[in-house]
Design a protein around this ligand. Structure first.
Ligand code: HEC
Ligand code: HEC
Length: 348
């Protein structure tokens, strides 16, 4: 190589390298803005008192930043996602006692408990589902698919029967849940999913106090007998029932007092959010004890928790791997039970 050629070639290489570096920096900046910029600007302020610091290793996209429904394409696949969203929001219209597709579930909607079509932060949203299922559930002792998890809520929370895996409805629900989870890396925890953390009370949750909380904070919508308020055309509910024959059954997730207390703390009275709760922790625990002490449909689940030592502390049905009573398991105090377990039996 002649000296002159070398002088021409080297600056050329340097320029190319600089260009490549600039392009790389640009890409990184765009990615950062995409994921963190707008989120940081509009994310709700986390309330350390109720939700604690972000979970270790959590993927920092607050759950309230679900993908925009306007981005669902107008293709056949997009229509399926939209139908899935519709089924979550208005389940009873399609599958309830007057359902247009089948009569399989009670008059409730998935959205009654998975608020805003399963997108609201700490209100039981679906953002992490696609990234975490199939997963091992101690309840069944098996690896569970999204379909099986959906069926579980249809049988317990909606006290009915599930649509078959191959049905148009199940395919649409799974498509919507998968669409919601787009961009979330497999196995990552998402901040804002599940429920808020609610410290245990030192005492048992108190149904008598909870009854008074119910009267002042819940009854005006859910009715004096917790029966809810049916829609005028009887196709579902304006305000869903909290107990009685049309409510979730005693095998449902919400029948566990900790789940109900944590849900109610961040979501009820309707309009409350995890960063703007309306109940004290005590009120949430006590009202949950009251609601779950009222009558509701019974479903025998003899095959649940094949390993009883894995039951969550507040699993209200024995047998247990410890000496605590069903009553204490149901209403607390929970800390002594947790302390007595070699491996603390936590939720799920
Ligand atoms: C009465 C309240 C209620 C209703 C109605 C309800 N669910 Fe659920 N669902 C829960 C609770 C509580 C949990 C989590 C607690 C647990 O796992 O025990 C849950 C969990 C789930 C999960 C797993 C979430 C995760 O991150 O692991 C999926 C998926 C789900 N529900 C789908 C549905 C679908 C679909 C419907 C309607 C067909 C529905 N649910 C109706 C209360 C409800
Ligand atoms: C302003 C009316 C209103 C008040 C007050 C209210 N709720 Fe609700 N509640 C709703 C609505 C509406 C839903 C269904 C949300 C949806 O579908 O988007 C709901 C859903 C629920 C659910 C899940 C579905 C079910 O029926 O099991 C529970 C549990 C619940 N509320 C408990 C409570 C408790 C406990 C209180 C009092 C602390 C309370 N709510 C106060 C309107 C209200």
């Amino acid at each position: 190589m002649k000296p002159t050629e070398e002088r021409v070639l080297l600056p050329g290489l340097v320029r190319l390298l600089m260009l490549l570096t600039a392009a790389l920096v640009l890409v990184v900046v765009v990615v950062i803005i995409q994921f963190y910029g707008p989120v940081a600007a509009s994310a709700p302020v986390a309330n350390e008192a109720t939700d604690g610091p972000p979970l270790p290793g959590s993927y920092h996209r607050p759950a309230v930043r679900a993908p925009d429904t306007a981005t669902i394409p107008s293709t056949a696949a997009g229509r399926q996602v939209r139908y899935g969203r519709e089924l979550i929001a208005h389940t009873a219209r399609y599958l309830g006692p007057q359902g247009s597709v089948a009569h399989l579930t009670n008059g409730m909607n998935c959205q009654n408990c998975h608020l805003q079509a399963g997108t609201q932060g700490f209100a039981n949203n679906y953002l992490a589902v696609a990234a975490t299922y199939p997963k091992l559930r101690a309840r069944s002792g098996t690896v569970v698919s999204i379909e099986q998890r959906v069926a579980d809520c249809m049988e317990h929370s909606l006290n009915g029967r599930a649509v078959p895996d191959s049905s148009r409805e199940m395919r649409a629900i799974v498509a919507y849940i998968t669409w919601l989870g787009q961009g979330i890396p497999k196995g990552k925890k998402v901040y804002g999913t599940g429920f808020v953390k609610l410290p245990y009370l030192a005492r048992a949750a108190n149904q008598v106090v909870g009854k008074a909380v119910f009267a002042t904070k819940c009854q005006r919508c859910h009715g004096p007998a917790g029966q809810g308020q049916p829609l005028a055309d009887n196709t579902g509910y304006q305000y869903p029932p909290l107990w009685g024959p049309n409510s979730y059954n005693d095998g449902a997730g919400l029948f566990r007092v900790t789940n109900l207390a944590r849900y109610v703390k961040a979501a009820m009275p309707f309009g409350a959010t995890f960063d703007q709760p309306q109940l004290t922790n005590e009120q949430a625990w006590d009202v949950a004890a009251f609601v779950n002490s009222q009558p509701r449909p019974h479903l025998a689940t003899p095959h649940d928790w094949p390993d009883i030592s894995k039951k969550p502390v507040d699993q209200p049905h024995g047998p247990y791997a410890d000496k605590f009573s069903e009553k204490q398991h149901k209403y607390g105090p929970y800390q002594p039970i947790e302390d007595a377990h070699p491996q603390p039996a936590k939720a799920n």
